[in-house]
Design a binder for this molecule. Structure first.
Ligand SMILES: [Zn+2]
Length: 359
């Protein structure tokens, strides 16, 4: 803490027109080693859940492409918008919390119970859970908008990889994961106890940019091993993983046969790559809570926490599971929430108007 006092002493009388006021400035500078203690409190209000898709790293390409322009404008944000978003949330006292700290699973006499745990966070802050859907880098997304995959660089950092005209290009600010890491280097107190976010993955076009869905391809083993290295590093950093179904299935509507096949296939193809998880993020936000048979199947596959789409402040504690809804941040959100009072950040400070007007 620095206490700076400036004392002005006027030695002349202002009534004397010819006198030049002389100003003596005395600076008292005192440095005291005081770090204000962080008081941790139990947060009683609902936690905010917010999710993104992979970022539009090349708006000049994504928003010009005729076929996917509207899709990316509607359901994605640009890398610059994500960077603005993080800073806005940070300066408005939001902090990241780890989903793993917010529930516990007990098994008493063979009966499983899933209970919500209120987060312990610094006083005056507001907790937020971050998630990213479909961080698979589907072909049409990486060819038109995003980085191509996540890799580990020579310094053991996660980087975004994109093939460039002059060879490989590594980036650190064009993807949710890489930029969040950069941001937390500068503002580590944004993450409570090292919290990161949840990465939700399907399986039909591989994971994280690796072709782990081509089980019989000659390069399968190598792709799987590289993906697993990235997963391991992400977990060390605090990132969590969730199922987003294998085929981005509409879980309430698909025929039962496809429902079970999809669930089994995710277990067979994705779980071995990302490891065990009990988090399930519904594709399209389409819940099966009201279809007991289907929900039981998902719970029997080991899922305890389910995420849908909504305003982002709902947590329902059921005995058999936990349900949370999440708020999408994308062009659709910018439009539908523009005139609403329940925005959680200032859109004008986040939206990249220039990028969104590219045609
Ligand atoms: Zn999705």
């Amino acid at each position: 803490m620095i206490i700076l006092a400036i004392i002005f002493t006027f030695s002349s009388c202002t009534r004397d027109k010819n006198a030049v006021a002389s100003i003596d400035i005395e600076v008292i500078e005192e440095e005291i080693e005081v770090v204000p203690p962080v008081v941790m409190v139990t947060y009683e209000e609902p936690v905010l859940n917010i999710f993104f898709h992979p970022l539009v790293a090349r708006p000049e390409q994504a928003f010009r492409s005729t076929r996917y322009r509207d899709f990316f404008l509607e359901w994605y944000v640009t890398a610059s918008e994500y960077r603005n978003f993080l800073y806005e949330m940070y300066i408005n006292d939001w902090v990241l919390v780890d989903i793993n700290e917010l529930y516990e699973v007990t098994n008493i006499d063979g009966v499983k119970r899933v209970n919500y745990i209120k987060p312990l966070i610094p006083e005056g802050k507001r907790p937020m859970i971050l998630s990213i859907d479909d961080l698979n880098y589907y072909d049409f997304v990486r060819e038109n908008a995003s980085v191509h995959k996540l890799v580990i660089d020579e310094n053991n950092l996660i980087a975004g990889w994109t093939p460039g005209e002059n060879g490989d290009e590594l980036s650190y600010d064009l993807d949710v994961v890489t930029y969040t890491e950069v941001f937390l280097k500068q503002y580590p107190d944004f993450a409570v106890r090292g919290a990161r976010g949840i990465i939700a993955l399907t399986g039909y076009e591989g994971v994280l940019g690796y072709k782990t869905h081509l089980l019989n391809a000659p390069e399968y083993q190598q792709e799987k091993e590289e993906a697993m290295k990235v997963v391991k590093r992400l977990k060390e950093l605090g990132w969590r993983f969730a199922s987003h179904s294998w085929g981005h299935a509409n879980m309430p509507d698909v025929p039962m046969e496809r429902f079970t096949r999809d669930t089994n296939r995710w277990d067979a193809e994705v779980r071995p790559v990302i490891g065990d998880t009990d988090l399930f993020i519904y594709p399209f936000g389409a819940r099966v809570e009201d279809i007991p048979e289907r929900h039981r199947i998902l719970r029997n596959h080991g899922f305890n926490v389910f995420f849908g789409v909504g305003l982002g402040f709902t947590t329902r504690e059921r005995q058999t599971h936990l349900y949370m809804d999440r708020r999408n941040v994308d062009g659709n959100h910018f439009r539908t929430f523009r005139n609403r009072d329940d925005k959680v950040f200032d859109f004008d400070k986040v939206i990249d108007v220039e990028a969104r007007s590219i045609r």
